[in-house]
Design a binder for this molecule. Structure first.
Ligand code: AMP
Length: 538
């Protein structure tokens, strides 16, 4: 017997058609610093058609890579729709990479055309001479100092035809988009999403985020960080309104956008939302009342952030987990239906529950054997599923895979209902006298102190215990703290042997290109004696 179902390919082209037809009146709004420019989905789609014509005329065909070097804005969304629908591959380049990594990823992906935000020209121009495959540079808006041979985005669109004939025979397994990991070790590695993986991930996201036409998304996550967590596609297919902040990613303009544009939903890494919280605490007028929830992930979300937003501003933060390699959605922390009200925050502070479509397991780091889902046994998290990568683009990495599962490099526990608690990156966990200390748990406990703005904990060599925690702390403006104050605060919150002897009070925790704590840099600074270290009293 065979199924009677149509074998219909899951492609970005079909997702694109759905949004443009059914939600032609939904809007893509871009902040300009002074106001907003708005287009309907119908207008964005028509411009995407023109872009497809223009790219086609520049020689872009199936499988060719089109890089973008842009903030979150309408033109970027046009690239998201046009490029994969033509059969080409969208490579969203991280605008915050260091120069050598920037040249590396563009050359490695073999981008043929690069679409650049004019305001980012000074960054790109530094590596332009090192680009070996790029044939055309297309610039959006004014680009001071750009040479005459760059092409202007609007001029190209104005001269291009309408009604592009997108190919209808695109294989759902063919490449649609790619992102490089923000890898803090070694060269960045390329993950190539297929049409099918993007489509299935979008459906999952529409469901798990409950996206509908009534939503107005403030898209804070950069479109170069795992496809803005998949929202340009999930949002387009569900007809939400997009509010793109462009380069205005500071708390003050973001809060202005929230107030002026009736935002209902948002996303971002914890550091951005900590900045917003600090701003909102200092300015009574910030109104979050229209926001139904905010998905925060990309790094562990401190419980204090979740609690403070809820209690002081009525804003509901939901934690999620993902990776560039997982498209990214893998876990989301909605409390279970039988959770008592007093446990609400404890559930939301967990990393999350496994999303349907994704399979997870934990394995013993030495034997590789799967471990029990008892909520206590800790191992390395491994994951598989239709939107999880099975390899890296042109970069063999056999140690990252295990019997068809992706090794995440995250350590944690799973309980019998599929709730996962990530305790650390396997590289960051601190091994003290043969026992493990979770740097994430310790950081969260320290950040629970009202006078602490940020805290990052790293393992440093110790003659007696092999490794001990060094707590790097940023104190709130106007406050002062000593190691003794923090030890006293922590004493009732963590095991005694976790209490750090070494403390470093710093001005700010360094961040990676996607806004996460950069512990690699902290370790390097410690090794070079560049961190001031104070000892706690015995
Ligand atoms: P990236 O590919 O840059 O997005 O980084 C993925 C990594 O971010 C994961 O492997 C985790 O280590 C970390 N991460 C993402 N979300 C969370 C979370 N909710 N809690 C803890 N770590 C997270």
């Amino acid at each position: 017997m065979e199924s009677t179902m149509q074998d219909f390919p899951l492609t970005i082209g079909s997702l694109f058609r759905h949004g443009r037809q059914v939600y032609a009146r939904s809007r893509v709004v871009t902040y300009t610093g002074e106001g907003y420019r708005e287009s309907s989905f119908g207008e964005v789609a028509a411009r995407a058609d023109r872009l497809a014509h223009a790219l086609n005329a520049l020689g872009i065909g199936r499988g060719d890579r089109v890089g973008t070097f842009c903030w979150n804005n309408q033109e970027h969304q046009e690239c998201y729709l046009a490029v994969p629908s033509m059969g080409a591959v969208l490579h969203t380049v991280n605008i915050r990479l260091a120069a050598e990594q920037l040249a590396y990823v563009i050359n490695h992906a073999q981008d043929k055309v690069l679409v650049i935000d004019g305001s980012l020209w000074p960054v790109l121009s530094k590596v332009r001479d090192q680009l070996t495959t790029v044939e055309h540079l297309i610039v959006i808006g004014a680009a001071e100092g750009a040479p005459d041979d760059v092409l202007d985005y609007e001029t190209l669109l104005a001269a291009a035809g309408t009604d592009f004939a997108y190919p209808e025979d695109i294989d759902e397994r063919s490449p649609a988009a790619m992102c490089y990991t923000s890898g803090t070790t070694g060269e960045p590695k390329g993950v190539v999403y297929s049409h099918r993986s993007v489509y299935l991930h979008s459906l999952a996201e529409v469901g798990m985020f409950s996206l509908t036409e009534r939503d107005n998304l403030l898209a804070i996550v950069p479109m170069f960080h795992v496809n803005a967590w998949g929202l340009p596609y999930a949002g387009w297919m569900s007809g939400i309104d997009f509010l793109m902040p462009a380069r205005w990613l500071q708390a003050e303009p973001l809060c202005r956008m929230i107030a002026e544009r009736d935002v209902t939903f948002s996303v971002g890494v914890p550091t951005v939302w900590s900045d917003i919280l600090r701003y909102a605490d200092a300015h009574d007028e910030v109104d979050f009342s229209r926001i139904r929830s905010v998905i925060v992930g990309g790094a562990a979300v401190p419980r204090t952030l979740i609690e403070s937003f809820q209690e002081r501003h009525g804003l509901r933060i939901i934690q999620a987990w993902g990776m560039t390699e997982t498209s990214p959605l893998g876990l989301i922390a909605y409390p279970p239906k039988d959770a008592p009200a007093e446990e609400e925050f404890a559930w939301r502070a967990r990393t999350g529950r496994i999303v349907a479509g994704v399979e997870m397991r934990i394995t013993d780091q030495t034997s590789g054997e799967p471990l029990a889902w008892d909520g206590k046994t800790s191992g390395e998290i491994e994951v598989r599923g239709p939107w999880i990568t099975a390899s890296y683009y042109d970069a063999p990495a056999p140690d990252k895979f295990h019997d068809g599962w992706l090794r995440t490099g995250d350590a944690g526990m799973i309980d019998d209902r599929g709730f996962v608690q990530i305790t650390d990156r396997t590289k960051d966990v601190i091994k003290s006298g043969g026992e493990w200390i979770s740097s994430i748990d310790l950081e969260n406990a320290i950040m629970g102190h009202p006078d602490v703005l940020e805290a990052a904990v790293i393992g440093v060599p110790d003659p007696r215990w092999d490794e001990r925690p060094l707590a790097c702390v940023v104190v709130q403006e106007g406050a002062s703290l000593t190691p003794a104050d923090l030890i006293e605060f922590l004493s009732s919150r963590v095991a005694k042997w976790w209490l750090p002897e070494r403390w470093s009070f710093i001005e700010q925790v360094p961040k990676t290109s996607v806004g996460k704590f950069d512990k690699k840099l902290l370790r390097a600074r410690f090794a070079k004696d560049e961190l001031p270290v104070a000892k706690a009293p015995d």
